[in-house]
Design a protein around this ligand. Sequence first.
Ligand code: ADP
Ligand code: ASP
Ligand code: MG
Length: 416
Amino acid sequence: MALIVHKYGGTSMGSVERIKNVARRVAKWHAAGHQIIVVPSAMSGETNRLLGLAREISPNPDPRELDTIASTGEQVSIGLLAIALKEAGLDAVSYTGWQVPVKTNSAFTKARIESIDDAKIRADLDWCRVVVVAGFQGVDDKGNITTLGRGGSDTSAVAIAAVLQADECLIYTDVDGIYTTDPRVVEEARRLDRITFEEMLEMASLGSKVLQIRSVEFAGKYRVRTRVLSSLTDPAMNLDEEMHSGTLITFEEDSDMEASVISGIAFSRDEAKITVTRVPDKPGIAYQILGPVADANIDVDMIIQNQSIDGFTDFTFTVPRGDYQRALGILQNGVKVHIGATNVIGDPKVSKVSVVGVGMRSHVGIASKMFRTLSEEGINIQMISTSEIKISVLIDEKYMELAVRALHKVFELEQA
Ligand code: ADP
Ligand code: ASP
Ligand code: MG
């Protein structure tokens, strides 16, 4: 008997028929003697619909209230799934985040999980119940409902698996695993049987939305065995076959396979670039520019500061496109005058494309191959950033898909 966490995303929960299929699949696992905790997302489109309603009332809604609204999507899902499980002959119980409780900090719309009380869940499992816990949501120490950021049900599932020391966390979704890049953009993308935790962390942080980055961080920190697989297969599929399908996230030292040089290509469409021109090149400038941006809870990603020639330099960085106007406003009102910069300019139509692979550590020439490929396609590179296992470039958004396809081809990712 194993303890398994199943997570089902929006498409997998997208209709009453699909929810019944989830119940059939869970019943199959339960019948094989496993203890099952299920973490569903809201039905597809529901979170967008709910947040859209709020934005029809206010262009700048209170984040606390947004979380109160957005969390209802998952609340509907858990109730429906528990009913479907009971119809399938199982004993099941649903819990919202605050009933468990899943305790988080108070950063509304992007809260972090701080602790999870496992008492109720364990007691129910002991009674042979299937426990259905709402993804994406928690509660802060003042009793406010919080949500974990878009795609946060992945994080709920892996965190619950970590706390309960589950044998495996199965992330059921609308693709049959992790691909070399988003299969919706590159048809030739190839499914990987395994990906190292480090590579998955880079892919997720660089914009590959198949898993929320924090779920990968939890998986790494607590060594949760995590697999991404399809929920759209026949729920009656042979259990052993299902157990070995999809993509397993491995920890490098466990993995005996020869690492490929490049495992995948990630991209993030919605980036924006801001440049503060002619700032005095002296200690404290980076802090004076980026400090107020960080104080406004805006994530800064790529940063470059040019070498100064006459005591002045240009300072460029990227932020998520949704935060562009806010970041620009902060710098134009105040910071510019305060630090004596000439101007603050920006471009909200840029995208980031990254090649990722642990094999890069022991191979040279990856960057030059990447840059040559982009130059042959006539794509201008605006910024570059690297780590041991990734190279990212910032380019005009209109070339993003072209860049991803060209790089997928030149690194021969379609071939095993
Ligand atoms: P869910 O609703 O199940 O959480 P998501 O939409 O969040 O599903 O994630 C699955 C989607 O991630 C896929 O439909 C696919 O388009 C996208 N995706 C992006 N990059 C990749 C990748 N490298 N491999 C697989 N899917 C990817
Ligand atoms: N329903 C939430 C969202 O759409 C959480 C999730 O699906 O993981 O972002
Ligand atoms: Mg998701």
